[in-house]
Design a protein around this ligand. Structure first.
Ligand SMILES: [Ca+2]
Ligand SMILES: [Ca+2]
Length: 209
C-alpha cells in the first residue's frame, strides 16, 4: 500500500511538476521581493518573511524584532502604524431619499466626518468636519501596533453632520488591513452607495518598546 502511494505521488509530481519540489527563485524573477527557502518570491515584506528586494533570502524576524518595511530587514523593537483618513468622494445626491435628494436642506454639500475604532485603541478617533463632496482631512488618525492591525479589522463610519436632525449616515464597514496595504502605505475602499471612494494613509514608526 505504501509502495502504491509513493508510485502515485511520483506520478502526480511528474504531471504537476511545479507543485512538487522547489522551482527557482532568482534576482530575475523576484526583483521586487525576497526568496524563501521554498523558493517562493515574497513581495509583501512581513515579520516571517523579511529580506532585501532583488531576490535576496527572506528571513523570519526573531521574537522581539519586526520587519522594517523600508530597510527590508529585521530590527529589534515594535512597529506601529498610523492610520489617517485623507480623502473621500461622496455622491452628489442622497440615493436613499428620492423626494429630497439634497444632503442638506439648503442644498449645500455634506459636512463629512470619518470615525474609526482601531484594534486595541482606547477610544474612537474622529476627523474634523469638512463641508465638501470631495473632503480631505489631516486629523483624526489612530496609531496602533502593526501586528494588531493585521489581526483585527478597523470599524470605519462616515457621515454628514447635521445640526438640527440626525446625522445622515453614509455607512459603516469593517476593513481588515493586509500586509500588502502596509507595504503600499495606503488603502482605498468604497461604501455603496454614497461613498465612491475613501482613502487612508498608513505611516509606520519603529521603536525599541
Ligand atoms: Ca444632511
Ligand atoms: Ca450637514
Amino acid at each position: 500500500m505504501n509502495r502504491l502511494a509513493s508510485v502515485l505521488l511520483a506520478l502526480t509530481c511528474a504531471l504537476l511538476l511545479p507543485a512538487c519540489g522547489p522551482s527557482e527563485c532568482t534576482p530575475d524573477n523576484c526583483r521586487d521581493g525576497c526568496c524563501t527557502a521554498e523558493a517562493e518570491c515574497i513581495r509583501e515584506q512581513r515579520d516571517d518573511a523579511c529580506g532585501l528586494r532583488g531576490g535576496a533570502a527572506c528571513e523570519g524576524c526573531a521574537s522581539g524584532s519586526v520587519c522594517h518595511l523600508q530597510r527590508q530587514s529585521c530590527v529589534v523593537g515594535v512597529m506601529r502604524t498610523q492610520v489617517q483618513p485623507i480623502r473621500a468622494s461622496i455622491l452628489d445626491f442622497n440615493p436613499w431619499d428620492e423626494e429630497d435628494p439634497d444632503w442638506d436642506l439648503d442644498g449645500s454639500p455634506p459636512d463629512v466626518v470619518v470615525e474609526m475604532r482601531c484594534p486595541s485603541a482606547p477610544e474612537r478617533s474622529r476627523t474634523e468636519t469638512v463641508q465638501s463632496l470631495e473632503p480631505r482631512w489631516s486629523s483624526g488618525s489612530c496609531e496602533v501596533v502593526s501586528s494588531n492591525l493585521l489581526k483585527n479589522p478597523i470599524e470605519i463610519s462616515i457621515f454628514d453632520v447635521d445640526d438640527f436632525s440626525l446625522d445622515d449616515e453614509f455607512g459603516t464597514i469593517h476593513y481588515q488591513v493586509t500586509p500588502a496595504d502596509l507595504n503600499r502605505g495606503w488603502f482605498e475602499i468604497d461604501i455603496p452607495e454614497a461613498v465612491t471612494s475613501l482613502t487612508f494613509f498608513l505611516s509606520h514608526t519603529y521603536s525599541e518598546h
